[in-house]
Design a protein around this ligand. Structure first.
Ligand code: GDP
Ligand code: MG
Length: 163
């Protein structure tokens, strides 16, 4: 049975973009409106020499619609409970937000192994922003660009060290 990896983080950080890259198909909707991925999506992922099951999630958001926020959060918590490893994604360009810190705590409490993935690092600003991820206390952030396919070898190495 292959290991399963959940991609979690607040809306708009690029989770679905990474999911699509890993499964090699556009199974997940990429959208710059926060919270567009509302259903959990699973696919078979390949990353270098690794293959695993990957779960895309809606994003942990404190939305205006309380019931929607609750469903999205429950969905993310379910994905974390099911998986063997959490990829906790932050947007290195935007920097850390209170939502990132709040939900990093959810990931931490799960007791699952977590890799912090700092996305959108194709620019210099993004790369500097990646260092903010250290302060989550979840280990060294892995800088990537899901859109441009950068940092994939480092991500593979970080995953291989845990699975
Ligand atoms: P999600 O809500 O976390 O699933 O985020 P999406 O995958 O839907 O992406 C949100 C927005 O970020 C979209 O406009 C993407 O094109 C953009 N995006 C995703 N990855 C990158 C990246 O590596 N660099 C940049 N600059 N933008 C990205
Ligand atoms: Mg999404």
């Amino acid at each position: 049975m292959s290991a399963s990896i959940a991609i979690v983080g607040r809306p708009n950080v690029g989770k679905s973009t990474l999911f699509n890259r890993l499964v090699g198909r556009k199974l997940a909707i990429v959208d710059d409106r926060p919270g567009v991925t509302r259903d959990r999506r699973e696919g078979d992922a390949r990353l270098g020499h690794l293959s695993f099951k990957v779960i895309d999630t809606a994003g942990l958001e404190v939305a205006e619609d309380a019931s929607l926020a609750g469903r999205m959060r429950a969905q993310t918590e379910a994905a974390i409970a099911l998986c063997d490893l959490v990829l906790f994604m932050i947007d290195a360009r935007a920097g850390l937000t209170p939502a990132d810190e709040h939900f990093a705590e959810v990931a931490r409490r799960s007791g699952k192994p977590v890799i912090v993935v700092a996305n959108k690092t194709e620019s210099r600003t993004g790369f500097q922003g990646a260092y903010e991820g250290f302060s989550l206390g979840l280990g060294d952030p892995v800088p990537i660009s899901a859109e441009h396919g950068e940092g994939m070898a480092d991500l593979e190495e970080a995953i291989a060290a845990i699975l």
